[in-house]
Write a protein that binds this ligand. Structure first.
Ligand code: GTP
Ligand code: IMP
Ligand code: MG
Length: 338
């Protein structure tokens, strides 16, 4: 039984939502705990013919047997959370959610400041969800915690205790990170970053698990990395080139068009180091090579794709164990036990 952390390896939107949902279905963890900044994240999960865009609830929600936890380090927007609980009521999410009592609370004033402050909204290109200003108040020790909010009382719990108990009982635990390693306040392209570190050690801290309890760190890379908002993007291509390649994406939270680039091995190596990566999940291989769309077996991949994966493993020194060839959960090649 393993405790696994999932990390975004670029600037977010790598398709972590799909990888986490896949692992939740396949490995049946007893608890899925979310780390990361807060509702600035936007994940897309496709279940059957329905598509869910979510920002607060862990993306493993389609597995109805698992507990769903939001760690103390994460910021909660009560309005966003309530909307998602309503949207996901067929999955019994409200009955399974455990919100850490110490989670920080985003209020209207934080969202307003995030949108009106020119430095944040224009120069950095923040998501406008109030996360940066709320983390300022958190550092000032003036921010409200979930335990101070009446409407959140029914969801409160001790996430660290829940997760550590599951580990002691030899159950599978999944810790879901958000954003991406290159948006880290410490290790990213400051000031064009988010308001916290966004690497594996921080996600463990967010949910209250010590580093010695982590067995696997899966870094998720997208075949063509994307970035929303401002900031350096060394391998960025022109909009025209991205269009020619058929890579046109829009942000889940802000609806902004995502900038697109070529795979950057140098940055990817740095990210593997920052996270102590033990495995790589490669998503959107079908965008790199459309022939691979929907494939479920490694043997069926084209030589072009196999070569791409081989070079990645050589340059990064980490095995590619999960390959995503389309947005649906079934469109996954799982070679973890090879
Ligand atoms: P962040 O927390 O913002 O990083 O979210 P995320 O990593 O979950 O990614 P997001 O859902 O924002 O964007 C990924 C998009 O790609 C979604 O629309 C997914 O359905 C889709 N997707 C995921 N994997 C694949 C894949 O292998 N191929 C294709 N074509 N689409 C994919
Ligand atoms: P903030 O986190 O809203 O302050 O935004 C700071 C920067 O991080 C901006 O460039 C955002 O676009 C980016 N960002 C924050 N969260 C995400 C995410 O989940 N996916 C992609 N970009 C993000
Ligand atoms: Mg996203």
């Amino acid at each position: 039984m393993t405790c696994t952390i999932i990390v975004g390896g670029q600037w977010g939107d790598e398709g972590k939502g799909k990888i986490v949902s896949y692992l939740c279905e396949k490995d049946n963890p007893s608890i899925i705990a979310r780390g990361g900044v807060g509702p600035n994240a936007g994940h897309t999960v496709e279940v059957g013919d329905k598509k869910y865009g979510i920002r607060m609830v862990p993306t493993g929600f389609p597995n109805v047997n698992a507990k769903l936890a939001i760690g103390a380090g994460v910021l909660t927007d009560p309005e966003v959370l309530e909307k998602e609980l309503e949207m996901l009521k067929d999955f019994n999410v409200a009955q399974r959610i455990i919100l850490d009592s110490n989670s920080g609370v985003i209020e209207l004033k934080h969202r307003e400041m995030d949108k009106s402050n020119v430095h944040l909204s224009k120069e950095i290109g923040s998501t406008g969800t109030g996360c940066g200003p709320a983390n300022v108040d958190r550092a000032m020790r003036t921010l409200k915690q979930a335990k101070d909010v009446e409407s959140l009382q029914k969801y409160l719990g001790d996430v660290s205790k829940e997760v550590n108990t599951a580990i002691e009982n030899n159950e599978n635990v999944l810790i879901e990170g958000t954003q991406g390693a290159l948006l880290s306040l410490f290790h990213g392209s400051y000031p064009y970053v988010t308001s916290k570190d966004t690497n594996a050690s921080s996600f463990a801290a967010d949910v209250g698990v010590g580093p010695t309890k982590i067995d696997e760190v899966i870094v998720v890379f997208k075949s063509y990395p994307t970035r929303v908002g401002e900031g350096p993007f060394p391998s960025e291509m022109t909009e025209e080139e991205a269009e020619t390649l058929g890579v046109i994406e829009y942000g889940t939270v802000t609806g902004r068009r995502r900038r697109v680039g070529h795979f950057d091995y140098e940055l990817a190596k740095k990210v593997c180091d920052l996270n102590g990566a033990t495995q790589i999940a490669l998503t959107c291989l079908d965008k790199y090579d459309t022939e691979c769309y929907g494939m479920k077996k490694y043997e069926d991949l084209s030589d072009k794709s196999k070569e791409f994966i081989k070079i990645m493993e050589q340059k990064l020194g980490v095995k590619v164990t999960l390959i995503s060839t389309g947005p649906e959960l079934s469109q996954t090649i799982d070679i973890r036990n090879k």
